[in-house]
Design a protein around this ligand. Structure first.
Ligand code: ATP
Ligand code: ZN
Length: 299
């Protein structure tokens, strides 16, 4: 049974966002016992219930206030909550944070052998897409007429099947387009997974849990981007070494036993450390350079 005073979070049941969404909650310390094919899972250590649904249903569940939070792609949000001719965009949810996964773009693609000289070449063409609202909005703004062919799957085969001249579909690496002899010509919308919160009054007890969860999600994201760096360095080159490590703040300098001219440096960097940087550090005299992942971070 769903209890009213427990926070409800909707996640995609199975698909591209599922495992990263579940893992994010688990990294936030929520103990959930997921059973295969279960619609609802209950957290054991926090007053949180998880609803496992199709991603397309998440915007509606938020608008109808059935759930308090949801993790969903911005593409689905925009498509589902788009209202034709809405001049003043009505607010349906609060976007709390972008999660840096589920990164993709909704793009227009045409057969490789078709000529393309800008968007005008798509005038009056048949465009197949599962995103009728986003496509319509895009072409409406450009004042380019087109014919819409709504398909809910296998959009990429539409040109070969003679159903459409152009497709508008989600792309991440481009391999699906490549495999179907299509070329990407224009991005329509950039997307990633995000946490959204319903509008309206939220009980204090629930708001406390939301705040706690959002702090932890922030910590997980920060930790994912950050690295712990340890190295030994000649004292004479400390400044040059620090300036190479962008995003590293206030390094800790430690004495090295039996060494007068070298010290150990420990620091957290908010950026990935590339091999090129490590090689430069080495050429400045640094040694024993370690770059470690950080699991959690609370500032
Ligand atoms: P459901 O059964 O939940 O409706 P689905 O088939 O609509 O699932 P998925 O293919 O699992 O959806 O994609 C879910 C979301 O993952 C997309 O809406 C998008 O935000 C994101 N995504 C990231 N990369 C891609 C990609 N290359 N192709 C499709 N979606 C992607
Ligand atoms: Zn879907």
């Amino acid at each position: 049974m769903l209890e009213k005073n427990r926070l409800r979070i909707a996640l995609q049941k199975s698909g591209r966002l599922s495992s990263e969404s579940y893992n994010l909650l688990i990294k936030c310390g929520i103990k959930i016992n997921f059973q295969h094919n279960q619609l609802i899972a209950f957290a054991e250590n926090m007053p949180i219930d998880i609803l496992c649904v199709r991603d397309d249903d998440i915007p509606g569940l938020i608008v109808d206030k059935v759930v308090d939070l949801g993790i969903v792609g911005e593409n689905v949000l925009e498509e589902k909550l788009f209202i034709k001719d809405n001049v003043k965009k009505k607010k349906f949810y609060n976007l709390l944070i972008r999660l840096d996964f589920g990164i993709c773009r909704l793009s227009l693609a045409i057969p490789k052998n078709s000529a393309y000289y800008g968007l005008d070449s798509l005038k009056n063409k048949r465009i197949a897409s599962s995103y009728p609202n986003l496509v319509t909005q895009f072409f409406y703004k450009k004042s380019i007429p087109f014919k819409l062919c709504i398909l809910n799957g296998s959009v990429e085969v539409a040109p070969r099947a003679g159903l459409a001249d152009v497709i508008c579909d989600l792309v991440s690496t481009g391999t699906t387009l490549e495999a179907n002899d299509l070329k990407e010509v224009q991005t329509v919308f950039n997307s990633q997974a995000c946490v959204i919160c319903r509008l309206g009054h939220i009980e204090n007890s629930k708001q406390i849990i939301i705040n706690k969860l959002m702090n932890r999600i922030n910590g997980v994201i920060k930790a994912r981007e950050s690295k712990y760096i340890m190295l030994h360095a000649p004292i004479s080159k400390l400044n040059e070494i620090i300036s190479l490590l962008h995003g590293a703040e206030n390094p800790t300098i430690l004495k090295l036993a039996g060494e007068k001219n070298r010290v150990a440096m420990h620091m957290v960097s908010s950026e990935t450390v590339f091999w090129e940087t490590m090689e430069k550090l080495k050429s400045l005299g640094a040694s024993s350079i370690l770059v470690l992942p950080i699991e959690k971070m609370l500032e």
